[in-house]
Ligand binder design. Structure first.
Ligand SMILES: Nc1ncnc2c1ncn2[C@@H]1O[C@H](COP(=O)(O)OP(=O)(O)OP(=O)(O)O)[C@@H](O)[C@H]1O
Ligand SMILES: Cc1ncc(COP(=O)(O)O)c(N)n1
Length: 277
């Protein structure tokens, strides 16, 4: 959960709402966070996370799920155990693991034991894992500096975990920032969108993985879910918000923003970095 509102569960729930699916959540930690970074993180007790998952599953049900910042080994192990139990009862389908381990700026957010548990207990239970550049480096041991490096990492992650992988290029240099690599053991695809020239990229990773989960919940296949989610993030980036002194958040509800611009109600508002401004 990100109290700056740009990433984490706030970004996830906005994305779910945009896609017309009912989003639920299990809070794993509270971050004191703004567009400049994270200044404090308080973790929930693992059994409190489990209780939240059970409350949702037992009453509402889950068509698709995504994980985000799972701060420590105890939380990861508890979530992985729940996922395993629920999968055995066919109550947890379409799991997307966004392996939040390193920020786009390269700062490691979870310790080595937590990484091991994530790799051993949780990622293998997912349908898809969506590492950024630095997370892919941790998962593979490679240094990733090029498109070929991203492709090799995707192949290694598929080989090691036997699940589909999407390597996100936002942390790469130059035009590679708009490029993601998909590999599912059969098809290696380079998903390309034109680079959006903005510093306001806060929440892109959360938004992408929750859009994929939303598309899966609506019955799309995995690859189509990824393609549609990538297009969504690209457009949300074009309408990102120029708020705060650092990286502002993406504009999840861009059609409403567009409408507001059309009606003149937010014309020339400098908070919005809109294409038509
Ligand atoms: N400037 C950009 N232009 C176009 N697409 C971008 C840009 N920056 C990021 N993306 C896309 O956003 C999605 C998220 O990728 P990114 O690598 O930023 O994830 P992340 O590091 O998990 O996110 P975050 O920076 O929010 O932690 C990917 O589809 C990536 O290609
Ligand atoms: C609580 C929380 N979860 C995840 C992220 C990563 O955000 P993203 O990769 O989408 O920028 C974040 N900054 N805060």
């Amino acid at each position: 959960m990100s109290l700056g509102g740009g990433a984490g569960i706030q970004a996830d729930l906005r994305t779910f709402a945009f896609h017309c699916v009912h989003g639920t959540s299990a809070i794993t930690c509270i971050t004191a966070q703004n567009t400049l970074g994270v200044t404090r993180v308080d973790a929930m007790a693992p059994d409190a996370v489990v209780a939240q998952i059970q409350a949702v599953v037992e009453d509402i049900g889950v068509d698709a799920a995504k994980t985000g910042m799972l701060l420590n080994q105890g939380i990861i192990a508890a979530v992985a155990e729940q996922v395993g139990l629920l999968q055995a009862k066919n109550q947890m389908r379409n799991l997307v693991v966004d392996p939040v381990m390193v920020s786009r700026t390269g700062v490691q957010l979870i310790d080595g034991d937590a990484v091991k548990t994530l790799c051993h207990d949780l990622i293998p239970k997912a349908a898809l894992v969506t590492p950024n550049r630095y997370e892919a480096q941790i998962l593979t041991g490679l240094e990733i500096n090029s498109l070929d490096g991203m492709k090799s990492a995707a192949e290694i992650i598929y080989r090691d975990f036997n699940i589909a992988v999407l390597i996100k290029g936002g942390g790469m240099e130059g035009d590679l920032r708009g490029i993601d690599i998909w590999f599912d053991g059969e098809k290696l695809e380079i998903l390309t969108t034109k680079l959006v020239d903005t510093k306001n990229t806060h929440g892109t990773g959360c938004t992408l993985s929750s859009a994929i989960a939303a598309n899966l919940a609506q019955g799309e296949n995995l690859f189509t879910s990824v393609q549609k989610a990538k297009n969504y993030v690209t457009t949300a980036l074009k309408y990102s918000l120029n708020i705060g002194a650092g990286q502002g958040p993406v504009g999840h509800f861009y059609p409403l923003l567009e409408e507001a611009v059309g009606s003149g109600s937010i014309k020339n508002n400098p908070q919005f970095s809109m294409p038509n401004f």
